[in-house]
Ligand binder design. Structure first.
Ligand code: PHE
Length: 396
């Protein structure tokens, strides 16, 4: 068994160890540039930032949180005089969590709105559809939350401020083995979604490497509502943990059906669980589950404390990681624009890739210039009394 790197603490002190990965994946060649559409006259003096997020559709709470986090960041920057003496203007597009919509929105924001940078999208499957267009147009795209490994491999204009799924899968496998002392697991995931599939693969590989056994590896497709056939097979193997790496809607549904047929396993998952809707849908069935996440509202780093205070004052609700990461994505971009001294895509891209030890809400961020990924810590949260309680901090 590997040496444990857990730092379990009753108080959520998020001291983030940032380690820069040694070498990265080579970038894929960029797609041929799309023919430019006729430019609209540029508005004077503003720096336009595009935000493409799911404001409606199956993960609407993600987009709503992200917009709130981004709005707050933009307001704070503008209140302090903007960047390079210019105000920021946010252009928001709803992609409904549908890849074709993301692609269309990215194209529009570049050719019509003339944005300098794009922040988005939420889901990896959407960012994977939008980022090639941004990349071929030399417009940096920074995703707050898309964790699939392939996202930043799209090219040198594709960045993120979140950790990646291989790490997230590893975190939950370690947590199951080291903290929960479990040895058998089953996985149930959406085979049509890059995010859930990548996460299941990473969890399985790590769990088995640590000596655990994956006794069932079951799949479904997007939109499925009845999981009893797969759950029945899982029940017959009686795994100690059941890994459910999908988002809150589906996970809530699966948890209920699993308990209905008598599955006793501890439920585990990833950052797709992070919505107040999870406990509304999953109710008692999801209690006692654990998931890896980017941020805990209980974090005590000064940036996080200030962020939570302001967020609660503004929106009368507790921030989740989608809000925190969208805020961080804007702030890291503004920092890069400031260092670049200009707003052309290539200059911002170079400055972004040189980001070092930036004090973000979700922990310190250093971008690895080879992969355009930050290496940062994760938290494990426990579903308890309808809320998410801090359980552990995990460093890479
Ligand atoms: N990290 C997830 C992803 O990359 C976030 C997410 C999950 C967003 C599910 C939407 C739906 O896709």
């Amino acid at each position: 068994m590997r040496k444990t790197k857990w730092f379990v603490s009753a108080i959520a002190t998020l001291v983030v160890a940032v380690i820069i990965a040694g070498c990265g994946q080579p970038a894929k060649p960029a797609e041929p540039a799309k023919p430019a559409e006729p430019a609209k006259p540029a508005e004077t003096g503003d720096i336009k930032i595009g935000l493409v997020v799911p404001m409606t559709g199956d993960v609407a709470t993600f987009g709503t949180s992200m917009k709130q986090g981004a709005d707050m960041a933009v307001k704070q920057v503008n209140d302090k005089g903007g960047v390079l003496g210019k105000k920021l203007v946010l252009r928001v597009e709803d992609d409904k969590n549908q890849p074709t919509e993301t692609a269309a929105a990215v194209q529009k924001m570049i050719s019509q709105d003339k944005v300098a940078v794009i922040i988005g999208s939420a889901a990896s499957k959407c960012t994977l559809a939008g980022a090639p267009i941004a990349n071929s147009n030399k417009i940096p795209m920074v995703t707050p939350t898309s964790t699939n490994e392939k996202v930043t491999q799209i090219g040198e204009y594709a960045f993120r401020v979140c950790f990646i799924d291989p790490f997230q899968g590893d975190v939950m496998a370690k947590f199951a083995v080291d903290n929960l002392k479990k040895k058998t697991a089953a996985c149930l995931f959406d085979v049509s979604n890059d995010y859930t599939k990548g996460l299941a693969e990473a969890f399985k590989a790590s769990f088995e490497k640590m000596g655990g056994k994956v006794v069932e590896y079951q799949t479904y497709n997007v939109g499925d509502q009845d999981f009893k056939p797969q759950l029945t097979k899982i029940k017959s193997k009686d795994p100690e943990v059941l890994f459910l790496p999908d988002y809150y809607n589906t996970v809530g549904l699966i948890a209920k059906q699993a308990r209905e047929i008598g599955i006793k396993s501890v439920f585990l998952g990833g950052d797709g669980w992070d919505s107040a809707e999870l406990t509304k849908i999953g109710d008692k069935a999801i209690e006692g589950g654990f998931f890896s996440n980017h941020y805990s509202p209980d974090a005590k780093n000064p940036e996080s404390v200030a962020f939570r205070e302001e967020y609660e004052k503004t929106y009368k609700g507790t921030p989740d990681s989608f809000a925190a990461l969208a805020y961080d994505a804007i702030m890291i971009t503004v920092d890069a624009i400031g260092r670049a001294g200009k707003t052309d895509g290539a200059a911002i891209k170079d400055a972004l890739s040189q980001t070092k030890n930036f004090k973000a809400v979700s922990g310190n961020i250093t971008i690895d210039p080879a992969t355009r990924n930050p290496i940062k810590s994760a938290v494990v949260l426990k579903v308890m009394d309808g809320k998410f309680a801090f359980e552990a901090l995990v460093n890479p």
